[in-house]
Design a binder for this molecule. Sequence first.
Ligand code: NCD
Length: 321
Amino acid sequence: MRSLQLHSDGRLKHFLSTEGLPRAVLEEILNTADAFMETSGRAIKSVPLLRGRTIAMLFFEGSTRTRSTFELAAKRLSADVLTLDVGLSSTSKGETLLDTLRNLEAMHCDMFVVRHADSGAAQFFASHAREGVAVLNAGDGRHAHPTQAMLDVYTIRRHKGPDFGRLRVVIVGDVLHSRVARSQIHALNILHVGELRVVAPATLLPEAVQALGVTVFDDLDEALVDADVVIGLRLQKERMRGAFLPSEGEYFRRYGLTTERLALAKPDCIVMHPGPMNRGVEIASDLADGPRSVILEQVGNGIAVRMAVMALCLGRPRASL
Ligand code: NCD
């Protein structure tokens, strides 16, 4: 995977997963995003970096934040954006992924942003793409969602500074089905996070979760003690087959994030969630909307981070704005 994602000189070629990437690559994404954050505050938000390039957005699965922020990111880099309406496209008539790719390549697209329900779909695109064409994974099954993880670590860095070694991060919820959690865990470990705690009922944890370099907790209150960052995850009911939970009420009682519970964390602990949120299931509304929540900031930061990944993958050095 690492060799598929990087050019021989170590630059980013495709962005499919945070797993196995060098720390310098993740830091370059974060530093480039910093430069783009500055342009987002201007009245004229676009920069001409990718003028004349074509970026195709292929969302085979639903999306609100990821799709809109990828699209805005491409537009703010002045790229031409093609958004395939997958529901109305020929994949719904049985066309294979490879044929869809070849046809879009014939239109001279330079980059594909792919979200798909199957783990490995973006990797499939990348391994079959023509030389010079970049593929960004916008979420594949329960495998990876690398730009989400990068916007999450970017948000953490803006609040807590660049030394991740000082931080205790807690991830709570449906880790088993979460591509976001998997990508966050890899990214945070590559950035040498101080301590990474994962909290979930045993039925919602992957089998070899400890091997990912996390400490597992069953009790949320214990895990929250002295936390700097708490990340809630959605219960991914669409990926559950069978009974994983007694009831949503019971889940909230044991694993729901509330203002009272947050008293156990550090006073300046921030609360994050990738969205979409199930209010009253994973997180109480007053906490989600309260002063410790950076959930909407995550969304805004997603534009700068996705601009950074697009700019780096299309072969430009760190953005000179
Ligand atoms: C996540 C996803 O689609 O993986 N959302 C997102 O991209 N912001 C998480 C989820 O669906 O729960």
